[in-house]
Write a protein that binds this ligand. Structure first.
Ligand code: IPM
Ligand code: MN
Length: 347
């Protein structure tokens, strides 16, 4: 039987609750579709940091490299370890080192879920650049604590990085409804964002069948609220994509429903699947976190592994669950109730 080796990184807080839920659903879906998932769990987290002084062992990345995919819960517990340390010690190095340059985040309403907008029929695929831009980590501080202190953090945009994420976006648009929105702020940022726009329009020549529009990030934020149904594929830089996908999560009913995939399209290293939400320490282990975002991310993992039938089955089970109103109101249904409903809908 075909067996996929999956690294499980539950991480911190509700990351653990939702990873358990997603894993139970994925295991059941794999059994029914004639393949196997073998999971190896690593305790890398803020608690691990408190014991070992790092978020993962020195060979952590090399350990993960051997897997077919990574399923991650959430990272961060700022009362234990500053976010700027924990995220740069675990989540962000995985995205960068494994060249998971395409962060894919679908935003649509699941059946039975009432979003905050009047609009219902939207189906947006946000594609966020995931390895450079504003998250490059290039910068420094001098004269720390003094009056003349200076902090510099430089966004880095490379031709290779911008071209590959836009090309990926064009290809996704071709497989969907043929529309691509490229998001910048080139009216104010006259180097990197003008560069991004230029590459957008150069590539548009290669994809004459795609309807391309350039938007500024502020206008896109308004559009996602006022006319989300007008959007198909939205491509943005690392930080802009981060912000837009929390907005996307909000219009789809909340972070409990927002899934994401960090994809290495060239398959030179494993891809990683994680809900958009964070570790939510305030509700950690209370059993009330919504596992649907994590389960949906797991379905994206099956899709990436080529197990399209099983992926479809998981999505159908999620949809059958929300259609019954389960998971609709934040905190009302417990993690366990929602997970059991998805599991039984898988039959
Ligand atoms: C996300 C998160 C992360 C990000 C944080 C935790 C570093 O907000 O996946 O959207 O900004 O990428
Ligand atoms: Mn985010």
């Amino acid at each position: 039987m075909k067996t996929y080796e999956i690294a499980l990184l539950p991480g911190d807080g509700i990351g653990r609750d939702v990873t358990d839920a997603a894993w139970a659903v994925l295991k059941k879906a794999s059994n029914a579709s004639g393949f196997a998932l073998s999971g190896t769990s690593y305790p890398w987290s803020c608690d691990y940091f408190l014991q070992h002084g790092s978020m993962m062992p020195a060979d952590g990345i090399e350990t993960l490299r051997n897997f077919d995919a990574i399923l991650l819960g959430a990272v961060g517990w700022p009362a234990k370890v500053p976010d700027s340390v924990s995220l740069h010690g675990l989540l962000l190095p995985i995205r960068k080192t494994f060249v998971q340059y395409a962060n894919i985040r679908p935003h649509r309403l699941l059946p039975g879920i009432q979003g905050p907008l009047r609009a219902e029929g939207f189906d947006i695929l946000c594609i966020r650049e995931n390895t450079e831009g504003e998250y490059s980590g290039a910068g420094g501080r001098v004269h720390q604590g003094a009056d003349n202190e200076v902090a510099v953090e430089t966004a880095i945009f490379t031709r290779k990085g911008v071209e590959r994420i836009l090309r990926f976006g064009f290809e996704q648009a071709r497989a969907r409804r043929g529309k691509l929105a490229s998001v910048t702020k080139s009216n104010a940022q006259k180097y990197s964002m003008v560069f991004w726009d230029e590459i957008t329009w150069k590539l548009a020549g290669e994809f004459p069948d795609i309807e391309v529009t350039s938007y500024h990030i502020d206008a896109m934020a308004a559009r996602m609220v006022m006319a989300p149904e007008s959007l198909d594929v939205v491509v943005a830089s690392n930080l802009f994509g981060d912000i837009l996908t929390d907005l996307g999560a909000a219009i789809q009913g909340g972070l409990g429903f927002a899934a994401s995939a960090n994809i290495n399209p060239d398959r030179t290293a494993p891809s990683m699947f994680e809900p958009v939400h964070g570790s939510a320490p305030d509700i950690a282990h209370l059993g009330i976190a919504n596992p649907i975002a994590a389960i949906w991310s797991g379905a994206m993992m099956l899709e990436h592994l080529g197990e399209t039938t099983a992926a479809r089955n998981v999505m159908t089970a999620i949809e059958a669950t929300t259609a019954r109103g389960i998971g609709e109101i934040p905190g009302k249904d417990e993690t366990d109730t929602i997970t059991k409903a998805v599991l039984s809908a898988l039959n």
